[in-house]
Design a protein around this ligand. Structure first.
Ligand code: UT7
Length: 326
């Protein structure tokens, strides 16, 4: 059996850091509230002129370097993003051009904060079917450009980043063990961006009242996020005959420290099994999991043979889990 395996990780965050204290200066909020309610202290913000594809390309280059894979060896590029450079074409195509990956197909996946795990599942399926040998999977976002910086309920949460992995065909028991995707579109307005798609075209009114920005009913989303992430994590463990004790590292979507802790508790995980970096980057949507994975990997936190549980929840709603042996 062909097994899809992650052979390289990379990430990139923009240079500019925006702290809670910086936000206090222009918004009716404070560092204490943000840290207590979200666990976030600071986030990185893309510079003027810096695009999602730029972040994605830099993360990709680092993953390729670690894997020892050159641009022309890549068969496919999949980018999970909801803040692409353009509505279309895909940001994956811009990355393909930036890298000079002349033998690669390229497309984006829109699954909000679950985008990276959805993108990864496409790579795994192609590789396991024998239709691709080396796939570049990226989660990249510039959320700072779609949040309303006058809305204290949302803007304090988000940041900009990119993370990438190289997925290669291999054999043996190391690699992706299973991926589980779920969605429920019946409550999409609890977390979405109303404009500008075909439903809400650009208009002077929308620009004036800022009704095209990301909107979220935080309280409602919080409850569904914990329930869904815990449930899909248990499904992934059960599918592989494992329990919470088998997990060496749990890398959840970094939305809010309270969501992470509540989810980990529901799954039955101990604090030392959970990777947390939301304090330094905030919620970077589709980028949180590959960014955390790369950090953990480069810090030597992951050893060969370790069991990793990746778990995400986001707009749609979408949620997903991936279990893998490193
Ligand atoms: O990426 C996946 C999707 N996103 C998420 O998973 C995020 C899910 N939700 C959350 O993380 C939390 O719901 C928030 C952090 C957004 C909000 O935390 P909360 O504990 O649910 O607070 P709340 O919305 O119930 O608001 C409590 C109070 C309110 O004041 P009143 O009505 O009680 O007087 C808010 O107006 O806190 C107020 N508040 C703030 N105060 C200071 C809301 N935002 C702020 C703020 N600074 N930034």
């Amino acid at each position: 059996m062909i097994r899809a395996r992650i052979t390289g990780t990379g990430s990139y965050v923009p240079e500019k850091v925006l702290t809670n204290l910086d936000i206090e200066k222009f918004l009716d909020t404070n560092d204490e509230w943000i840290r207590a309610r979200t666990g976030i202290s600071e986030r990185h913000i893309a510079a003027d002129g810096e695009q999602t594809s730029d972040l994605a390309t830099r993360a990709a280059e680092r993953a390729m370097e670690m894997a020892g894979v050159s641009a022309d060896e890549i068969d496919l590029i999949v980018v999970g993003t909801i803040t692409g450079d353009y509505p279309w074409p895909a940001t994956a195509c811009v990355v393909q051009a930036n890298l000079g990956a002349k033998n690669a197909g390229a497309f984006d996946v829109s699954a909000a904060c679950s985008g990276f795990l959805y993108a990864l599942s496409c790579a795994v399926d192609r590789v396991e079917a024998g239709r691709a040998q080396k796939v570049l999977v990226i989660g990249a976002e510039i959320l700072s450009r779609i949040v309303n910086w006058e809305d204290r309920n949302t803007c304090i949460l988000f940041g900009d980043a990119a993370g990438a992995v190289i997925v290669e065909a291999g054999e043996g028991d190391r690699g992706i063990l299973s991926t589980h995707l779920h969605a429920d579109g019946t409550q999409l307005e609890l977390l979405y961006q109303p404009g500008f798609g075909t439903k809400n075209l650009p208009s002077v009114e929308a620009l004036k009242d800022k009704s095209y920005f990301l909107e979220m009913q935080g309280n409602e989303v919080f409850k569904v996020a914990v329930r869904s992430m815990a449930s899909v994590a248990k499904i992934a463990l059960e599918a592989n005959g494992m329990t919470a004790e088998d997990v060496d590292l749990f890398i959840p979507h970094q939305a809010n420290i309270r969501i992470l802790n509540a989810t980990a508790k529901k799954i039955g995980l101990k604090d030392e099994q959970v990777y947390i970096n939301v304090d330094r980057f905030g919620n970077t949507s589709g980028a949180t999991i590959p960014l955390a994975l790369d950090e953990a990997n480069r810090a030597g936190r992951i050893k060969e043979g370790d069991i990793l549980l990746l778990d995400a929840f986001g707009g749609g709603f979408t949620w997903a889990a991936t279990l893998l042996r490193w």
